[in-house]
Design a protein around this ligand. Structure first.
Ligand code: FAD
Length: 122
């Protein structure tokens, strides 16, 4: 039997940084790889905006394209310049996916973010 505990372990032990946000991109959950890559403990970022990772140098049009995709129910993949807790930049290869919980009527959309440090490849 493939249990919820296995899914939980997969997310917690993934080497890819994973975050789950509400519809306004406020962070609800981050996995340990997110903390390892960004330098932020989960307790520091839960409740904060996902934009706290932005290095503020990525063109606005990139984010607009991302949000257009998300609002139309599609996932988006691209590269952004992110900022770690210590201020150093890194290239994030990011995929964001809208999560729909069809089972729970009226439940708000959440977003799943998955990224890794692609600086070496850049
Ligand atoms: P913002 O004011 O947030 O956005 C710039 C433009 O994006 C706006 O003009 C608007 O067109 C659009 N926009 C922003 N928020 C919304 C919204 N809620 N609904 C509709 N349109 C909107 N950003 C990173 O830089 N690095 C990351 O690693 C990263 N990971 C993310 C993971 C997830 C799961 C999600 C949902 C978002 C992630 N983002 C990430 C995007 C982040 O939420 C911000 O939109 C982005 O960082 C730009 O922030 P800003 O404050 O400069 O501009």
């Amino acid at each position: 039997v493939f249990s919820d505990a296995v899914f939980h372990d997969a997310v917690e032990q993934s080497a890819i940084a994973i975050s789950i946000t509400d519809v306004n991109a406020h962070i609800l959950y981050v996995n340990p790889a997110f903390s390892a890559i960004t330098g932020y403990a989960a307790s520091e970022v839960v409740g904060q905006r996902q934009s706290l990772l932005s290095y503020k140098s990525t063109p606005r049009s990139v984010y607009q394209t991302m949000w257009q995709a998300l609002k139309s129910g599609q996932s988006w993949t691209g590269r952004l310049l992110n900022r770690r807790r210590d201020g150093t930049p890194y290239v994030a290869e990011l995929t964001v996916t809208p999560l729909r919980s069809a089972a729970i009527k009226g439940e708000e959309t959440r977003y799943l973010g998955m990224h890794w440090d692609a600086t070496e490849e850049h």
